[in-house]
Design a protein around this ligand. Structure first.
Ligand code: CA
Length: 226
């Protein structure tokens, strides 16, 4: 089955360029020219990736992102205009997984898309790809998280954050470290982004949320034994 990508962009020329590029790379492309159409499509179909412009008619990209995130964990790459640092930050807070700045090379966008999809789907298969602590099991092969045997839907960033903290259990991870390790070297974000994601992650973890400890003035720590 082809990898499905939803391109949300009102500028037809840009949309066409991305479309051609992704089709050539073997993707099945669906297009949306405004925010309302994007929400509708994302609700009725399953995509492997969504490319989401911020400045859109009807409903803006941030609102689209937030709306989709309420029900879907599909990877989302936001398309921002040059120099709009705040947009990137906002995008992450609304649940985007990566961003690209206009004007961009379709080649770079495709590389980002492939990296994100690969990370989410988990291509390597062996038992070492399962980490289980305190009733929380992260399976990196199937890219799933179970808490007391119940599957929990996490966004790619929430997943990465949980996995990173679990892999470094017992160690305090500063917000700076988490930003650079989980969000990547190219992201110079606000430290509150980490707090926002921790909050969302904990909300999905029920009783197990207590395993992610806030260490005042230092950061966060995964504690196996409470
Ligand atoms: Ca636009």
């Amino acid at each position: 089955m082809k990898t499905g990508v939803l391109i949300v962009e009102d500028e037809e020329l840009i949309r066409e360029v991305i479309k051609d590029y992704f089709e050539d790379a073997g993707f099945e492309v669906t297009e949306a020219a405004d925010g309302a159409e994007a929400i509708e499509l994302a609700e009725e179909r399953e995509f492997d990736l969504i490319l989401l412009d911020i400045m859109l008619p009807k409903v803006d990209g941030f609102s689209v992102c937030r709306k989709i995130r309420k029900t879907k964990s599909v990877p989302i790459i936001m398309i921002t205009a040059r120099g709009e640092e705040d947009d990137k930050l906002m995008g992450y807070e609304f649940g985007a997984d990566d961003y690209i700045t206009k004007p961009f090379s379709p080649k770079v966008l495709l590389a980002k898309a492939n990296a994100l999809i690969k990370r989410v789907s988990g291509t390597i298969c062996n038992d070492e790809n399962v980490i289980s602590l305190a009733g929380i099991t992260v399976n990196q092969s199937s890219h799933t998280v179970r808490i007391d045997e119940e599957y929990v839907e996490l966004t790619p960033k929430e997943y990465d954050l949980l996995l990173y903290l679990m892999n470094n259990k017992g160690k305090v991870m500063s917000r700076d470290t988490l930003l650079s390790k989980v969000w990547g070297y190219d992201y110079f974000g606000d430290l509150r982004t980490v707090d926002t994601h921790i909050k969302k992650l904990r909300a999905k973890m029920g009783d197990k949320a207590a395993h992610i400890k806030t260490i005042i003035k230092a950061g966060y720590k995964f504690e196996e034994a409470l």
